[in-house]
Design a protein around this ligand. Structure first.
Ligand SMILES: Cc1cc2nc3c(=O)[nH]c(=O)nc-3n(C[C@H](O)[C@H](O)[C@H](O)COP(=O)(O)OP(=O)(O)OC[C@H]3O[C@@H](n4cnc5c(N)ncnc54)[C@H](O)[C@@H]3O)c2cc1C
Length: 431
């Protein structure tokens, strides 16, 4: 491939204690946690709003805060949900602790909480690289309408979902799984008879809320259909509006060409499925397509190879760790990229995530929050959901603030202090 060399001077526009890259569920919580811990914090996000998959890809519901009647993910993530509930932007489905929410109110409350915490927000800024001095990251490079800019920081938290910053910094990645989970373009329908959709609420534990009646109806049609999953649907607290999650295709969404192709293929598929639903499923007879998500949803791309890789075995048996900093209680939820199937394994107990999964050997000032943490394909297939991603963000933010306060490397953080601070914030790290 032909290569060109371009050298240019990049203005360093600001300097912080902590820079959080990516404003999805893990990132905006990490930024709030870091700022509340006393760190001068910036949050960089490529879109003009927060929420990541929750808002840019219309992924609903937020799964899952509770296990066996206990709140497992708590602290700032739950404070966010309470703030949403206060403005009628969310409903808790009990006892599971699934959250149905309004994507617009999600954006608003996330932004309010970030700004109230004193975080500097950089929207419409795409992170394209970083500068290092030996192993330390010194600057993150972003592109926006101002041109190319650099921001300096003492500590960085990668919450891009795709481990973009870590990848740019040269952190080794987990071996690429032979079959990444599929990408899905979620769409919103209006005019749906929601009363006749029994699977619209996700309140119970150990239930897969896919609509088997629709699957059967589609199979009975005996025609060639694009690949699909579920379908799963979720309300957004508005009468006849429903988010439908059913399209799927294999794509490495961290590869620009594959992501482009996925967007095009799935947009065609949305129109095919809307037509089929209207013609064959009475609840959708009067439905119309309101919108597709701005971005095709990404379940799985890169994950870092951290100090520890959380295995499915450790996770499913709910092994506890001295450095446990967050939890997970969603089933191991693996969608097939090559068929319409899903493997869904319910947990025996709420599981633990150790701090060592958020840091990489030889990278003294980098933490990772959210789905790019260090895990195998099994444990990550549970932790990737939004409540546990928020839990990882909270832990990464608190850890970064402590490091900034004491001037330590991320691998030298005082684990007792970290856990105690998280517990003080409300995190449940014990039962
Ligand atoms: C189809 C589908 C269905 C799902 N179903 C559920 C469900 O029912 N319940 C549930 O809880 N979870 C579900 N999930 C999983 C969940 O949505 C994600 O795993 C979760 O959002 C991960 O959070 P995150 O913060 O790690 O990453 P993300 O949500 O991906 O957020 C990453 C953020 O970083 C930003 N970003 C990325 N790269 C850059 C860059 N280079 N520069 C600047 N900004 C950048 C993005 O714009 C985004 O805001 C589903 C996911 C998909 C795709």
């Amino acid at each position: 491939m032909e290569k060109i060399r371009q050298t240019r001077e990049i203005p360093v526009i600001a300097e912080y204690d902590v820079v959080v890259c990516g404003g999805g569920p893990s990132g905006f919580i990490a930024a709030i946690a870091a700022a509340r811990g006393g760190a001068r914090t910036a949050l960089i996000e490529r879109y003009g709003f927060l929420g990541g998959m929750a808002t840019a890809s219309l992924v609903a519901p937020i799964s899952v805060f509770n296990y066996n009647q206990r709140r497992i993910i708590d602290g700032i993530p739950w404070e966010f949900i309470e703030r949403l509930i206060d403005i009628e932007g969310a409903r808790e489905e009990k006892p599971s602790g699934n959250i149905t929410f309004s994507p617009e109110k999600y954006k608003l409350i996330a932004q309010r909480m970030v700004l109230e915490a004193g975080v500097s927000l950089y929207f419409h800024s795409y992170i394209t690289g970083c500068k290092k001095s030996e192993n330390n990251l010194t600057h993150v490079i972003l592109e926006n309408k101002n041109g190319t800019e650099a921001i300096a920081a003492k500590y960085f938290i990668d919450c891009t979902g795709d481990a973009d910053l870590s990848y740019q910094a040269g952190v080794p990645m987990q071996p690429k799984s032979s079959e990444l989970q599929p990408a899905s373009l979620i769409f919103m329908l209006g005019g749906v008879d929601t009363d006749s959709l029994p699977k619209i609420r996700h309140n119970e534990h150990k239930v897969n809320y896919h609509d088997l009646d629709i699957r059967q109806a589609f199979e009975d049609l005996d025609i060639d259909l694009p690949q699909y999953g579920g379908p799963w649907y979720c309300g957004i607290l508005a009468n006849d509006l429903v988010l439908v999650n059913m399209t799927r295709t294999y794509a490495d969404m961290a590869n620009n060409r594959e992501a482009t192709n996925a967007e095009c293929v799935l947009r065609e598929d949305v129109f095919t499925f809307v037509d089929l639903l209207k013609k064959n499923i009475p609840a959708f007879e009067n439905a119309h397509l309101v919108m597709t998500a701005p971005q095709t949803g990404t379940r799985e791309t890169r994950r870092i190879k951290g100090v520890h890789t959380l295995t499915g075995e450790e996770y499913i048996e709910a092994r506890n760790f001295d450095d446990a900093i967050s939890r997970g209680c969603h089933p191991v939820d693996i969608h097939s990229s090559s068929s319409n199937n899903q493997l869904c394994e319910f947990l025996e107990d709420a599981a633990f995530v150790p701090y060592r999964c958020l840091i990489a050997p030889g990278f003294p000032n980098l933490l990772v929050g959210g789905r790019a943490f260090s895990a195998d394909g099994i444990s990550s297939a549970s932790v990737r959901v939004q409540a546990s991603a928020m839990g990882l963000g909270q832990a990464a933010g608190v850890a970064a603030a402590l490091c900034a306060q004491y001037g330590t490397n991320v691998s030298e953080v005082d684990i007792k202090k970290l856990r105690n601070t998280l517990i003080k914030y409300g995190a449940n790290l014990t039962n």
